[in-house]
Write a protein that binds this ligand. Structure first.
Ligand code: PLP
Length: 360
């Protein structure tokens, strides 16, 4: 297959070493001790990167895309849970679907896509009893970065546990679960960490495990954590090849550091935003509120996204359609193994597209 620079929000471009790790591992029995050691190493690396207090957290690995990791948390919430779900995009809606499917007592607060009002969240927490808050950190729908630290403070004030979908932010932002007071967090192998798709990741505060209540066999968080801590094994067949490449991706992340990755992404994101705005594409979310991960651009009048997509694809770049309901948008992500030169080259083609397809 032709190789592309992926500007979609994951699965992202990976390094050659991460790709090679899928095959160099060869045929392995997942139940042998080497596979267990590999999974233990990956789980320890993830904990070390995401919390300063690794003794208080457990990491569960799950064969699934990222959505499976969210569902592992939601379907395992305590029997008595009453959740306030904060929605300002399609991933918040996805958590809502799960809460409803599993018939977990909940209310939601639904903001316009791309906005969020902490005071309204405060008021609803102040006026009703909740045990849990669920929130998406970077709403990949628009690119907005929700104020996680402040929402964690509200959770603490109102005595709620908090679960965070950090699929498109974990490993790029310095989220410290312990210092933030996060109880459950999920992410995946194929976004910021720059590994292959196929593994969901859940972190959970250890002391909460006893109260969890399984509503699914495969997604039972407590059983997975308990089984893994005894055996270093997942309960069901693990994708060892993907886990091996994740292990290499984690090594590369440790070398770059989360701070370094953030800075690289921030640079690329700022470059894209400024150049696209120069070329007449208005961004949906203010720079101050936008993540460094992905930017939504409003389509100019008469813009043909399919033609734009095809033109860029011919030149080796994959851009992504929008997901916002009120506006016609498209998205450009800058995660993955991308360099400044890739983005400079990309913008050159956007500029050519604009020059050759507009009349005036
Ligand atoms: C990508 C993403 C997910 C999960 O998507 P999958 O397709 O299941 O991997 C969930 N939440 C957010 C915020 C995401 O960006």
């Amino acid at each position: 297959m032709k190789q592309y620079k992926l500007l979609n929000p994951g699965p992202a471009c990976t390094t050659q070493t991460v790709k090679d790790a899928m095959v160099t591992v060869g045929d392995v029995c997942p139940r042998e001790v080497e596979s267990g050691d590999l999974m233990k190493k990956v789980s320890d690396d993830i904990k070390t990167l995401l919390t300063s207090n690794t003794d208080q957290y457990e990491c569960a690995l799950l064969t699934s895309s990222g959505t499976g990791a969210i569902e592992m948390i939601v379907s395992s919430l305590p029997r008595t849970a009453r959740v306030l779900n904060i929605i300002n995009g399609s991933y918040g809606k996805r958590i809502q679907e799960m809460l409803d499917v599993y018939k977990i007592d909940n209310e939601h607060i639904d903001f316009d896509e791309g906005s969020l009002d902490l005071e309204q969240i405060y008021d609803i927490l102040d006026n009703s009893e909740f045990t849990h808050i669920s929130v998406v950190h970077c709403e990949t729908t628009t690119g907005i970065l929700n104020p996680l630290r402040k929402i964690c403070m509200l959770a603490e004030k109102f005595n709620c546990e908090i679960l965070v979908d950090a699929m498109s932010s974990a490993f790029a932002y310095p989220i410290d679960l312990y210092r933030y007071g996060i109880d459950y967090l999920c992410c995946s192998s194929n976004k910021i960490v720059q590994g292959m798709a196929g593994l969901g990741i859940v972190l959970v505060r250890k002391e909460l495990l006893d109260n969890l209540h399984a509503r699914s066999v495969y997604l039972d968080l407590k059983s997975q954590v308990n089984y893994f801590s005894k055996t270093s094994q997942m309960r069901f067949t693990p994708p060892v090849q993907i886990i091996n490449s994740l292990s290499i991706a984690l090594d590369e992340l440790k070398e770059e550091t989360i701070k370094g990755r953030y800075e690289r992404y921030e640079y690329l994101n700022t470059y894209i935003r400024l150049k696209m705005e120069d070329l007449g594409f208005e961004s949906l979310i203010n720079k101050d509120e936008n993540s460094v991960i992905i930017t939504s651009f409003i389509e100019p009048k008469g813009f043909d996204f399919d033609a734009f997509h095809s033109y860029l694809k011919v030149h080796g770049y994959v851009v992504y359609p929008g997901k916002v309901s009120k506006y016609q948008t498209f998205r450009i992500s800058n995660i993955g193994n991308l360099l400044k030169s890739d983005i400079v080259d990309f913008i050159k083609y956007v500029e050519k597209y604009v020059i050759f397809t507009t009349r005036s």
